[in-house]
Design a protein around this ligand. Structure first.
Ligand code: FRU
Length: 499
């Protein structure tokens, strides 16, 4: 038996029940044998994962859902898969929560959000339907989960069609409660093919009415805005979104589509504008972050989780029957108007044995660890006024590795994945460069998990995320450079528990 190599539209939209057991077993086996499988990141059991959905806290547990197509590493007919957690690091697999099985969502249960109302977790999602001419219709739907975990879909859409002047590229509702009102933000496109975000509000989720487009920038937002998401941090609205086709003069980026954010002073009373919005900024300075979802948790934190993957880009794990994962959970802060993203404090629960190291940066590379199992957390402090290179995922000769070039004198770091064994997405560039403060020491906190790497710079001032697909012997850690003293710690991290 072979994996499918020609994914026609007919195959991608075939109902799950029509796939043979033999194929599904073969696929699961193939995925289980992949040496790129992850230890502590949420990943699909088989097939493709994309956006995080419905991130919330309900029934004494963290609840998280994601876009899921189980039959192969392609964007087929989507469901919501469900995981839950007591500690934000061990995620229990709960199975498929929302199947594409109604007249309003038969070609995909698309992205959305979750909000606790009374005793239920209400899930708002987009039902995607194609007609015989393959024209899209988008319906905004609700489902309710009770404390037994039973989920019931509402029969009729709460928003049956986009308003006048907008196309059916209309999806990803975010619902939230603010100033005694329920709000719904949604990604949209005008008939002139401009990306917009639309605002609905009402006394309940069942009685929302259309208010108008959200005013959050004077610039054009490209042809479509996906996954709009507003959170409040220290009373400031922080708006996350994905502007497809955004002009690079509005914000510099290299990925196919950017995940951007804006920090504002306030949300106007009518909910239609962000007051004094900052210019757009790139949420992740690396290669693979999209569709980040954040929410204001009941414990006061603003928590976020990202899809580590991008639309329309092929990844090496496709050949092993699966694609993509979610990021670790991050906590958002504002400091001097700048957004900080830090790993949540709970990640320390993954730590196992610790090794400390220190030395002087030298041209002859220092071995931090000759061989790892590519599953660790590394904290590294580098001196001001120095230059050098950190090799992750390195073979012993350092011919193949993911490198971080740092220059703390001139204030620059470059993440370079051009020399790892399985190079991919080269058309979007193989390096990402980030400006950092000059003449200042640099601290890196790096999470490596088999084929994913998340790099937090200077306590969360910036994050660079990358998928990396090493071969078996690409697992060393080396540091080279000149001038100054470095020190750090490395912890082996355990697997997440998923039952
Ligand atoms: C973003 C997105 C959403 C959509 C979902 C479908 O990655 O395109 O706009 O709801 O993925 O899986």
């Amino acid at each position: 038996m072979n994996l499918i190599d020609k994914w026609t539209a007919d195959l991608r939209y075939l109902p799950y029940t029509q796939w043979s057991d033999t194929y599904q077993h073969f696929l699961l086996d193939t995925v289980q044998n992949s040496h790129w499988r992850l230890n502590y990141h949420i990943q699909p059991e088989s097939g493709l994962l994309n956006d995080p959905n419905g991130f919330s806290y309900f029934d004494g547990k963290w609840q998280l859902f994601y876009q899921f197509y189980p039959m192969g590493p392609v964007h087929g007919v989507k469901s919501w898969a469900h995981v839950s957690s007591k500690n934000l690091v061990d995620w229990k697999t709960e199975g498929i929560a929302l199947l594409p099985d109604s007249d309003y969502d038969q070609h995909g249960v698309y992205s959305g959000s979750g909000i606790v109302v009374d005793d239920e977790l209400v899930l708002a999602y987009t039902g995607n339907v194609r007609d015989s001419k393959w024209e899209r219709a988008s319906y905004q739907m609700l489902a309710r989960m009770d404390k037994e975990g039973k989920i019931m879909k509402e029969k009729k859409p709460i928003i049956p069609s986009p308003p006048e002047g907008y196309t059916h590229e209309f999806r990803d509702p975010q619902v939230f409660h603010h100033q005694e009102t329920y709000w719904l933000l949604i990604g949209a496109q005008t008939d002139e093919l401009e990306g917009k975000v639309l605002v609905y509000s009402g006394e309940s989720l069942e009685t929302l009415t259309f208010d108008g487009p959200l005013d959050f920038s004077d610039q054009s937002m490209g042809f479509m805005v996906e996954c709009p998401n507003l959170v409040f941090i220290d009373d400031h609205p922080v708006f996350l979104f994905c502007a497809q086709g955004l002009d690079k003069t509005v914000m510099a980026y290299q990925n196919i589509y950017p995940n951007a954010y804006i920090v504002a002073d306030a949300l106007s009373h009518d909910g239609l504008s962000l007051i004094n919005p900052s210019p757009l900024a790139n949420l992740d300075a690396g290669f693979d972050v999209y569709a980040t979802q954040a929410f204001n948790a009941p414990d006061g934190r603003a928590l976020s989780v990202s899809w580590i993957g991008l639309p329309e880009v092929a990844y090496p794990s496709d050949s092993e029957g699966w694609a993509h994962c979610l990021s670790i959970i991050k906590e958002l802060h504002l400091q001097d108007g700048h957004l900080y993203q830090k790993p949540i404090k709970e990640v320390v629960e993954l730590r196992q044995d610790k090794t400390s190291f220190e030395g002087t940066l030298a041209q002859r590379p220092t071995t931090i660890a000759a061989q790892t199992d590519n599953c660790y957390e590394l904290m590294l402090d580098l001196p001001a006024n120095s230059q050098g290179k950190l090799h992750l995922y390195s073979d012993p000769q350092r011919d193949h590795s993911l490198t971080i070039d740092f220059d703390t004198k001139n204030g620059m770091i470059t993440l370079d994945r051009s020399r790892v064994s399985h190079v991919f997405a080269q058309e979007y560039g193989t390096t990402r460069t980030l400006a950092i403060e000059k003449n200042r020491s640099l601290s890196l906190q790096i999470f490596v998990d088999r084929s994913v790497c998340e790099i937090f710079v200077n306590d969360g001032q910036a994050v660079l995320t990358a998928r990396v697909f090493p071969t078996e012997n690409e697992n060393g850690l080396f540091l080279e450079g000149h001038s100054g003293h470095f020190s750090g710690n490395i912890w082996r991290l355990r697997k997440m528990m998923n039952d």
